[in-house]
Design a protein around this ligand. Structure first.
Ligand code: SF4
Length: 390
């Protein structure tokens, strides 16, 4: 198939790695390679050691030819996930802190150009929301904020994390990009995982969808995971916003990105999220030419599991209940439940001002009951900082 083996040493930057494979531009090359994948290539990928990565293998598994092998991929993925993670699914809840944003991302309801009533939570208000989540049983919380540095500052986040540490055993964040030393301050305050989506690995599409603000620089964005991984974060969350570019090529770039980070930060765990574009305030999904079907979302999840045995695979409430129920046994390791995607959404009804519309509106206990019906154990907490001292 003519895929150059990755020669990247540990010092090669991710940008150079992607450019070397032409995964950040010239995507016609990859479209052609995807079309050339044969049934024999897919079978060879399925015969390789489950959970091992190579770009050639991932190419075969995300190719159109692999769509005829989804059942076999699902069986292998299910078996591998069971071996590595047992019959468990971690549950977490996002806590939105602000809907003010300086960026102009075309796909997001919070973008600066969109006019609606924006909200910010004070630290005390955020703690009150977190208290509601704690009462629901959550011990794993994801702090989410738009780029609102003036209000949601590093000092705000460290103060909040320190106050949450007693209640929550795992705190992670999906926040605007920071410097390595700022990430270190978050880590010291108790935030142990960061998710930073590249949104799209295609430079041209990136420029098209990011009209302004600090986030508009592709290369700066790509540097983010290195910065927070080097700050000690235990969980490195990666993802592309599905709908901005060809998902098959985005998955290949994601695979290379993850592989490059794993070589350098072997103590941290990679996790992949699968955010598909959802309707949002002022953002019609018709404007996006690369929306991903349910079938292809499943293919992407299975392909990544079969290439990354130990990666966390995270599914949010962007997806509907039916699909989530079908996916939990196949490779997903962590899911949100009962989410509200606007600041203050747990104590008030802010459904019309969320970052995106939630699709699975079941309560956390309903999601937990669904998992139990499927023979899976919902895990509200599976880590404690005390383990570090053992
Ligand atoms: S995606 Fe993030 S950075 Fe972009 S407009 Fe939305 S909240 Fe702001």
């Amino acid at each position: 198939m003519g895929v150059a083996a990755s020669q990247a040493g540990s010092s090669t930057s991710i940008a150079a790695l992607l450019a070397g494979q032409r995964l950040d531009a010239n995507r016609e090359v990859w479209e052609q390679r995807l079309r050339q994948v044969t049934a024999a290539d897919v079978q060879a990928a399925l015969a390789s050691r489950p959970g091992s990565y190579s770009l050639t293998k991932l190419l075969a598994l995300v190719a159109p030819a692999a769509e005829d092998y989804l059942e076999q991929m699902a069986e292998l993925s299910q078996r591998l996930t069971l071996q590595r993670f047992g019959r468990t699914i971690k549950l977490y809840a996002p806590l939105y802190l602000s809907s003010h944003c300086v960026n102009r991302c075309r796909y997001c309801g919070f973008n600066k150009d969109n006019s609606f009533d924006r909200t910010r939570l004070s630290v005390d208000e955020a703690l009150a929301e977190a208290e509601l989540l704690s009462r629901e049983g959550f011990r794993d919380i994801l702090l989410v904020t738009s780029e609102d540095r003036q209000f949601i500052s590093v000092s705000y986040l460290t103060q909040l994390a320190r106050a949450l540490r007693g209640r929550f055993s795992f705190i992670s964040a999906e926040i605007y990009q920071m410097t390595a030393s700022e990430y270190r301050q978050l880590f010291d305050a108790g935030i142990e995982g960061i998710t930073l989506y590249q949104e799209t690995y295609d430079r041209q599409a990136y420029a098209h969808y990011h009209l302004g603000g600090p986030k508009a620089n592709y290369d700066t964005r790509l540097q983010g995971p290195d910065d927070f991984a080097s700050a000690g974060m235990r969980e490195i969350g990666l993802g592309a916003l599905l709908g901005l570019a060809n998902w098959r090529i985005e998955t290949l770039a994601l695979g290379e990105h993850a592989c490059g980070l794993m070589k350098r930060y072997w103590k941290s765990r990679i996790s992949f999220s699968f955010p598909r574009l959802r309707p949002a305030c002022g953002v019609p999904t018709e404007a996006f030419p690369h929306l991903v079907s349910d079938k292809n979302l499943v293919q992407m999840i299975l392909a990544l599991r079969l290439c990354f045995a130990d990666a966390g695979l995270v599914l949010s409430t962007r997806e509907g209940a039916d699909l989530r129920d079908r996916l939990v046994g196949l490779g997903i390791t962590k899911m949100s439940a009962g989410s509200r995607t606007s600041p203050g959404g747990y104590s008030q009804d802010h459904k019309d001002a969320g970052q995106f519309e939630v699709s699975d509106e079941r309560s956390p206990s309903e999601v937990a009951a669904m998992l139990q019906r499927q023979g899976l154990e919902p895990v509200w907490k599976d880590w404690d900082r005390a383990f570090l001292s053992i």
